[in-house]
Design a protein. Structure first.
Length: 405
C-alpha cells in the first residue's frame, strides 16, 4: 500500500514533496481535490473528475498527505479519507483543532501550557431579525473584551485566519467598536470574536516543528525559524518579515513537545508547526537601533530572495528554480548582519526560555521556501517518513470493505 498527496493546485511545498519523494525512491500517488466529485451512497463511494475515475488510485494507498490549502477543504478531505480507512496526515482530529485558534488554545490551556490571555465572544456584531430590525451588539462585545483585557493593546483575530490576515492591534475603545461594526461573519471568522492580550515579545516570534511517527515519541526539531521585523507586531513571513535559523533551548523543545501532544492526542502520527513568542516585557538586552540598522543591511539580499520566490519559472523547472532560491538565501545568510541578528535572537531565547507562550498550531505549514533552509530540515522527508510509519496499518481494527460504485 502506497502513499498519496492530495491538493488543489501544486505550490512550492507540494512540488518540493514530489521532488523529495523522487529522490527517496518513493512512489507518490497524486489525488486531486479540485473539480472532482466525491460521491457517497449506501452502495459505496466514488471519486471522479469529468475525465478520470480515481477509485483505484485511492484504493491503492493507505496514507495521504493532506495538502489542500483551504483549512475548510482540508477538514472535508480528512473526514472523507478517514471514513474510507486511510491514514491522513494530519488526522481529522488534529486538523479540526488547528482550524480554530480558540480551540487550539483551549487544548494548550487544559494541559497547563502558557498561553496569551484569550477571550472568545460567541456573538455577531450585528444582525437583522426576521421582522427586519437590525440589532447592534458592538458596544456589548467591546465591554466584554475591555472588561477582561483593559482598554489598550487588544489583539483582535479571526478565529480561523492565517498569514496574519485581519489581525489587528487596537488601542482605543472607539476604534474597537468601529472594527467590531465592520466585521461580518465569514468563512474564516464564522463564530464570533477572538481577542487576546498583546504580548510584549520584542521583534520576533518562533515557528517550531514537532512531529510524531507511529511507534516513537514526539520529537521537536532542535532548530527553529525566527521571523523578525519592527514594522508590524505581526511577524508572519507572508508580510515580508525576515527569517533566521536559531537553536532552541532544551526547555523550549520540551514545552513544544508538551504543546503538540495537546493537539496530536492519541493519533499515531502527525506533524505540526507551532507558533510561539516570549513575553519579555520591557527587558530588551540590545539596543533596537542597532538591530534596526542590521536589518536594514539585510534588505538588499532579502529582496533578492523575494524576487526568486516570485519567479514563475518554478512551474516550468522546479529544480532550477530551487537552486536559484537556495543560492539567493545563501548569499543572505552569509552576511555579517544575518549572523549578528541571529545571535541576538538566539541569546534572547536562551535568556527568556521560561517566558515562552504558545499561541497557534499549524497543521499544513509552509516548509520549502523558509523552514527547510533555516532549520536545515526538509519537512517533506519527515512527512513522507510519517506516512511510511503507518504503512500496512489501518485506522480501523476492521476495515470496512470499500465498494466501487
Ligand atoms: N497576542 C499577541 N501579542 C503580540 N503579537 C501577536 C499576538 N498574537 C499574534 N501576534 C503576532 O501576529 C502574528 C500572527 O498571529 P497568529 O496568531 O500566529 O495568526 P496567523 O494564523 O494569522 O499567523 C504572530 O506570528 C505574532 O507575531
Ligand atoms: Mg501564525
Amino acid at each position: 500500500m502506497g502513499i498519496a498527496i492530495l491538493y488543489e493546485h501544486p505550490e512550492t511545498d507540494e512540488l518540493g514533496i514530489r521532488m523529495t519523494a523522487k529522490e527517496m525512491g518513493l512512489d507518490l500517488t497524486y489525488i486531486p481535490f479540485h473539480k472532482i466529485a466525491v460521491s457517497i451512497s449506501n452502495g459505496g463511494y466514488s471519486f471522479r473528475s469529468q475525465k478520470k475515475n480515481y477509485f483505484k488510485t485511492i484504493d491503492s494507498v493507505n496514507a495521504v498527505l493532506n495538502r489542500t490549502q483551504s483549512k475548510n477543504r482540508r477538514l472535508y478531505a480528512a473526514s472523507f479519507l478517514e471514513a474510507i480507512g486511510k491514514y491522513v496526515i494530519n488526522p481529522l482530529q488534529v486538523e479540526s483543532l488547528c482550524f480554530s485558534k480558540f480551540r487550539t488554545l483551549v487544548e494548550f490551556w487544559k494541559q497547563g501550557i502558557k498561553i496569551p490571555k484569550t477571550i472568545f465572544i460567541p456573538c455577531d456584531s450585528h444582525y437583522t431579525t426576521s421582522k427586519g430590525r437590525t440589532i447592534h451588539n458592538e458596544e456589548k462585545i467591546a465591554d466584554l473584551i475591555t472588561n477582561n483585557l483593559g482598554e489598550r493593546n487588544i489583539v483582535l483575530k479571526p478565529d480561523a485566519g492565517t498569514h496574519g490576515y485581519n489581525i489587528m492591534l487596537v488601542n482605543d475603545r472607539n476604534e474597537l467598536v468601529k472594527i467590531l461594526d465592520e466585521t461580518e461573519p465569514s468563512i474564516i471568522n464564522p463564530v464570533g470574536f477572538v481577542a487576546q492580550e498583546f504580548v510584549k515579545k520584542w521583534f520576533y516570534d518562533l515557528r517550531i516543528i514537532v512531529f510524531k511517527e507511529r511507534g516513537t515519541p514526539p520529537h521537536c526539531h532542535p532548530k527553529a525559524l525566527a521571523r523578525a521585523g519592527f514594522k508590524d507586531f505581526r511577524t508572519n513571513t507572508y508580510l515580508g518579515n525576515m527569517v533566521f535559523g536559531i537553536n532552541l533551548p532544551l526547555e523550549v523543545q520540551k514545552a513544544a513537545i508538551q504543546s503538540s501532544k495537546a493537539i496530536g492526542g492519541n493519533s499515531e502520527t502527525w506533524l505540526l508547526a507551532l507558533d510561539a513568542m516570549f513575553n519579555i516585557g520591557e527587558e530588551e538586552s540590545v539596543d533596537d537601533i542597532y538591530i534596526k540598522d542590521q536589518l536594514e543591511k539585510l534588505v538588499i539580499p532579502f529582496d533578492a530572495v523575494k524576487k526568486v520566490k516570485k519567479d514563475d519559472k518554478k512551474y516550468e523547472n522546479f529544480a532550477v528554480w530551487n537552486e536559484n532560491l537556495e543560492s539567493a538565501y545563501q548569499h543572505y545568510k552569509d552576511t555579517e548582519a544575518y549572523e549578528n541578528v541571529r545571535t541576538i535572537i538566539e541569546e534572547s531565547t536562551e535568556k527568556e526560555k521560561n517566558s515562552i507562550l504558545f499561541h497557534e498550531a499549524n497543521s499544513c505549514p509552509e516548509f520549502w521556501e523558509q523552514t527547510r533552509i533555516f532549520t536545515e530540515m526538509n519537512l517533506a522527508i519527515q512527512l513522507l517518513k510519517c506516512a511510511k510509519s503507518v504503512e500496512g496499518w489501518s485506522i480501523y481494527q476492521r476495515v470496512r470493505e470499500n465498494k466501487y460504485e
